[in-house]
Design a binder for this molecule. Structure first.
Ligand code: CU
Length: 482
């Protein structure tokens, strides 16, 4: 008897589960196609990193989208120009914000000054080519087609005109968001970021107008990997911002054409990731993979102030190819959540015996007396390679808009005591080097006076600098003048 009751119970549960799954499926697949539109509105389109206002609880509408294709010269990084092909004049193209059930009437205009035909494939479209077959348009013409948004999510759009890879590599991609009924939950700040890889005839940093390189693109040998179309689009004055205690949502896409992004914000954990831009919600994520032609929505609350570096965690792309941005958070410190340096001591791996530090004034000066300039430079180069090159780069060129150059540096050559002071004490705040402003943090370096003398001597005797020979005595003079 007990057994029979148990079986009936299980059957009822199974039936309920079946019914509930079935009805939610019904709701998703059938209802969105039957949502009636009420009224017409023109879509507000925005350039990155901004996004249009949330849909909130507005009803589904006929949504008019007018997008113009512009082929135009832009800056890849300082001194490097590139002819970008764009949707709406920016890379990535204008952000389109819709809700499920909208009937989007999309007009694509190809500017008469452009050289090539283009089209658009929106991954949010249910229909052949995602709209590509209906939108192929020659310069000086426009095309209109319409589609109904059936599935909520964050979707990539891109040009799909042959050679497709080349149109995408030149910047023809962007994001379209389809919000669910009632809209996404409210957050304080929203931003639009899209990664892309670029292939130029010249190597990374080679100045001038750089044409697209098909061979490198086929070999997936990118010269630049960047956020929002150029090096430095999200650093310095272009950084995105938030205040302590606010919730931040990033709409992150990857235009590719080739490289998958390992999207990461240094010093933050994503509270929520809408995996692949869809409805699956992952929690407490460090790095999220975003493939070319894919997207993710990441959300987190900022708890402490500071500059949070946004990277592709395939990390050479961040520090050597440009995939680096900044989120600047201002507000009150919270020492309970993050203390900063609490204590600094001497680490003795040899054991607990009490040791005294050698008096480096006498010992190091004596060593130094025997060192030739060439030996100091050789020793300095080793220290540079261990300590300095990650930011200032092996050839002293720095990283555009982020870390200042040491090569041919007017700032460095003007004042050796100031340079010694920076290595001894670190430096925070704005400086101008060779006419360009930098606003970053250099940490205090833990080096002996002798090592500081050598590394600075190496820097001053390299890359067109003024050949100053820095002595340990000069370092100790700066140290004691504090
Ligand atoms: Cu195109």
């Amino acid at each position: 008897m007990k057994k029979i009751v148990g079986q009936i119970g299980l059957t009822v549960i199974a039936l309920l589960l079946f019914l509930s799954c079935n009805s939610s499926k019904k709701e998703k697949n059938i209802d969105s196609s039957k949502i009636q539109v009420q009224g017409t509105m023109e879509a507000d389109l925005t350039s990155p990193p901004m996004v249009p206002a949330p849909v909130g609880n507005r009803t589904a509408k006929k949504l008019i989208v007018n997008m113009e294709i512009l082929e135009q010269e832009g800056t890849m990084t300082d001194g490097v120009k590139y002819i970008y092909w764009t949707f709406g004049g920016s890379v990535p193209g204008s952000f389109i914000r819709t809700r499920v059930g909208d009937e989007v009437e999309f007009t694509l205009s190809n500017h008469p000054d452009n050289k090539l035909p283009h089209n658009i494939d929106l991954h949010a479209v249910t229909g052949p080519g995602g709209g590509a077959t209906s939108s192929f348009v020659a310069p000086g013409h426009n095309k209109t087609f319409s589609f109904k948004t059936l599935n909520p999510g964050l979707y990539v759009y891109h040009c799909a005109t042959a050679p497709v890879g080349m149109h995408i590599a030149n910047g023809m991609y962007g994001l379209i968001l389809v919000e669910p009924e009632g809209g996404l939950p409210k957050v304080d700040k929203e931003y639009y970021i899209m990664q892309g890889d670029f292939y130029t005839k010249g190597e990374n940093g080679e100045p001038g107008l750089q044409p697209f390189d098909m061979k490198k693109a086929v070999e997936e040998d990118a010269d630049y990997v960047v956020f929002n179309g150029k090096v430095g689009s999200l650093t310095g004055d272009n950084a995105i911002t938030a205040n302590v205690g606010e919730t931040v949502r990033l709409y992150v896409g990857n235009g590719g054409p080739n490289l998958t992004s390992s999207f990461h914000v240094i010093g933050e954990i994503f509270d929520n990731v809408h995996v692949e831009g869809g409805s699956l919600l992952n929690k407490n994520v460090q790095t999220t993979a975003i493939p070319p032609g894919g997207a993710a929505i990441v959300e987190f609350k900022v708890e402490v102030p500071g500059t949070f570096i946004i990277v592709d965690h395939a990390i050479f792309r961040a520090f050597n190819k440009g995939a680096l941005g900044m989120l600047k958070v201002t507000g009150e410190e919270n020492k309970q959540l993050y203390s900063g340096v609490k204590q600094e001591g001497i680490y003795q791996p040899e054991g607990g015996t009490i040791q005294t530090m050698p008096n480096n004034e006498t010992v190091k000066t004596e060593v130094n007396l025997n060192k030739s300039l060439a030996e100091k430079i050789a020793s300095g180069k080793q220290i540079f390679t261990k300590t300095c090159f990650a930011c200032h780069q092996a050839n002293g060129e720095g990283i555009a808009n982020v870390f200042p150059p040491l090569a041919k540096s007017d700032f460095l050559n003007a004042d050796v005591k100031r340079a010694i002071g920076f290595v001894l004490n670190g430096k925070t705040g704005e400086i101008t080097v060779n006419g360009k402003k930098y606003n970053n943090i250099m940490t205090k370096q833990v080096l002996t006076d002798d090592e500081i003398a050598d590394v600075l001597t190496y820097v001053y005797n390299s890359w067109g600098n003024n050949k100053t020979n820095v002595t340990p005595a000069m370092v100790s003079e700066v140290k004691n003048s504090k």
